[in-house]
Design a protein around this ligand. Structure first.
Ligand SMILES: [Zn+2]
Length: 410
C-alpha cells in the first residue's frame, strides 16, 4: 500500500527547514520520500491523504509516561477496588488519547507490562509505539514501595510485572533479570524519593551506588539502558556515576551534576508539568495531603534546576510523567520548556530527533527515507507558534505507519 500525504508545508526538525507545498510518500508503513511536491514523482497507485492547510512534521515522542495510570489524581479507595485487569485496560484509553495528542511513540516509565506494547503492535487497539520498563525498582521504603503504614501493600506483582522493591546488589541483579524476562526494553530505578510516595522525601537519595551499578551492568549485558527517577542531588550523582542513561525529573541539579551530564552519554527528562498536575489535582480534592506540600515545595527548585541544565547545554529529551496529569495533555510541557529558555525548534527536537536518539527507538523522530510513516499535521507553523503542539485539538492529523489514526480536531 502506497500513500501520499499532501500538506501545505513540511518541517524537518533536524535542520529546522520548512518546505512549502510538501508531500510525504509512505510505502508499506515506511517513508520513501518527504519533501517538495515539485520534482517528486508520486506513484500513480498512491492513495491520497489530504492535509491542506497543515504543516507536517514527524510524530512526537514522550520519553516518560505511565499509560496504566488514570491521570486523575490519587485515590487509594479507588485503587483498592480496581482489579489488575481494569488497571491494565486503562492503557487502552490512555493510548488513544496519547495518539490524538500527536505522540506516536512513548517510553512507559513503569506500570505497563510488555503485553500492552504487544497488543498495540498487533493492532488490538490504537496506540503509540512503546518501549516499556514494566516495573520501577526502588529500595524498601523507596518511591515505588507501596507498603503503607497500616501494613497494606498495593504493589501486587503480576506474572508479567515483577515486584518492585529491591535491596542489595545480588537482589538487584535478580530483579533486573526478572524485569528483562518480563519483556522490558528499559530498566527503571528510583535513585531518590519522590512527590507521590508517602514514606520518602524527594531530596533523599535512594539505592546505594553499588546497587545502581549492578543494575546498569546487568542491563548492559542484556542490551538495555537504565533510566533513573532522580530528584535529590545525591541521587542524581549516584545515578550518573553508575552510568545511568537518563535522569528523570532532576529537581536538584548543581554544577557538578551538570558537568557529569555534559559528556553526551545521557539526557535529562524534565517532566516540568508533573508537579503542576499534582497541585491542580490537589486543588480539585483529588490528592492526598502529603503529596500537595511536597509538590509545592519542589516546583520552583525544579524550574531553576532545569533552567540551569538548558543554559549549560545538557541534552534535554521531552518527557511529561503523563499519568500524573491526564493522558493527552502531554503537549503542555512544550510551553514550560520554552518558558525556561529553550527555543521552539529545540523544544520540537527534544520530542523528535533528540527523544529518538535518547531512548534508542529506530525509525521515529524523523521522516527520512526508511523511517516509520508516523507524522502529524498542525494548522500553522509550530516554530512560530509552539502552542500549536500544546493541545490535542490543534493536532488535526495523526498518521502512524502510513495509516490515518486521527483526522480533524477530535
Ligand atoms: Zn513517572
Amino acid at each position: 500500500m502506497i500513500r501520499a500525504v499532501f500538506g501545505d508545508a513540511l518541517l524537518n526538525p533536524a535542520t529546522g527547514e520548512v518546505t512549502r507545498q510538501a508531500v510525504v510518500i509512505i510505502e508499506d508503513g515506511r517513508v520513501t520520500k518527504a519533501g517538495s511536491r515539485n520534482g517528486t514523482q508520486v506513484p500513480r497507485d498512491a492513495e491520497t491523504i489530504d492535509a491542506a492547510g497543515l504543516t507536517l512534521l514527524p510524530g512526537l515522542i514522550d520519553c516518560h509516561v505511565h499509560l496504566t495510570n488514570l491521570g486523575e489524581g490519587l485515590d487509594f479507595a479507588r485503587e483498592l477496588t480496581t482489579p489488575p485487569t481494569l488497571e491494565l485496560m486503562r492503557a487502552v484509553r490512555a493510548a488513544r488519547r496519547t495518539l490524538d495528542a500527536g505522540f506516536t511513540a512513548v517510553r512507559d516509565a513503569a506500570g505497563s507490562p510488555a503485553g500492552i506494547r504487544m497488543a498495540i503492535d498487533a493492532g488490538y487497539f490504537p496506540g503509540p509505539r512503546m518501549f516499556v520498563t514494566v516495573s520501577a525498582l526502588s529500595q524498601t521504603g523507596g518511591h515505588t514501595d507501596s507498603h503503607f503504614m497500616c501494613g497494606a501493600d498495593l504493589d501486587i506483582p503480576l506474572p508479567d510485572r515483577p515486584y518492585m522493591v529491591v535491596d542489595g546488589v545480588e537482589n538487584m541483579r535478580m530483579r533486573v533479570r526478572e524485569v528483562i524476562r518480563a519483556g522490558a526494553d528499559w530498566i527503571k530505578l528510583c535513585t531518590s524519593g519522590g512527590v507521590l510516595s508517602p514514606g520518602d522525601q524527594p531530596h533523599h537519595s535512594a539505592l546505594t551506588l553499588e546497587e545502581i551499578k549492578a543494575a546498569v551492568e546487568e542491563a548492559r549485558v542484556q542490551g538495555r539502558k537504565v533510566m533513573a527517577h532522580a530528584q535529590a542531588n545525591a541521587g542524581i550523582k549516584n545515578a550518573l556515576k553508575a552510568g545511568v542513561a537518563t535522569i528523570e525529573h532532576g529537581i536538584w541539579l548543581d554544577g557538578d551534576a551538570i558537568e557529569m551530564m555534559l559528556d553526551g552519554h545521557n539526557a535529562l527528562i524534565p517532566t516540568l508539568v508533573a508537579p503542576h498536575w499534582v497541585i491542580r489535582h490537589a486543588e480539585a480534592g483529588k490528592m492526598p495531603a502529603y503529596a500537595i506540600g511536597k509538590a509545592r515545595a519542589v516546583i520552583d527548585d525544579h524550574k531553576a534546576s532545569v533552567k540551569l541544565a538548558i543554559e549549560s547545554g545538557v541534552k534535554i529529551a521531552f518527557g511529561t510523567d503523563t499519568g500524573v496529569g491526564p493522558h493527552g495533555s502531554n503537549g503542555e510541557e512544550f510551553l514550560l520548556m520554552r518558558d525556561l529558555g529553550m527555543t521552539p525548534i529545540d523544544c520540537i527536537r527534544s520530542a523528535t530527533t533528540v527523544a529518538a536518539e535518547t531512548i534508542g527507538m529506530k525509525g521515529v523522530g524523523s521522516l527520512e527515507p526508511g523511517a516509520w510513516g508516523d507524522l502529524i499535521g498542525v494548522p500553522g507553523d509550530p516554530v512560530a507558534d509552539l502552542a500549536l503542539l500544546a493541545k490535542p485539538e490543534n493536532i488535526r492529523l495523526v498518521v502512524k505507519s502510513g495509516e490515518v489514526v486521527k483526522s480533524g480536531t477530535t
